[in-house]
Design a protein. Structure first.
Length: 95
């Protein structure tokens, strides 16, 4: 299995409703084939090093992650997030 972790740092002008909409769109991606588990949520600590939203997706294998990246349901959500964020970081590793 593969764990895909993504952290989103929103631009300062992005309001709470838009942040919630982004999280809802991310949560809807759990129906994509190959996704074993998906969790998304907003930061509750608010430390200086915190990002605003975290996404954790467990895939059955690397092939499922690669398919997800190009999936027609994922692409518009990813583009929406890019438009909202000043920084996005990700890491993928086997579990």
């Amino acid at each position: 299995m593969l764990l895909h972790l993504v952290s989103f740092k929103y631009q300062t002008h992005v309001d709470a409703d838009t942040r919630a909409q982004h999280r809802q769109r991310l949560a809807a991606l759990k129906s994509i084939d190959g996704v074993i588990d998906l969790k998304v949520g907003g930061d509750v600590v608010h430390s200086p090093r915190s990002f605003d939203t975290g996404l954790s997706v467990t895939f059955r294998d690397r092939r499922a992650l690669d398919a997800y990246q190009k999936h027609d349901q994922h692409v518009p959500v990813a583009q929406f997030g890019v438009g909202l964020c000043e920084q996005i970081v990700a890491v993928d590793f086997e579990i």
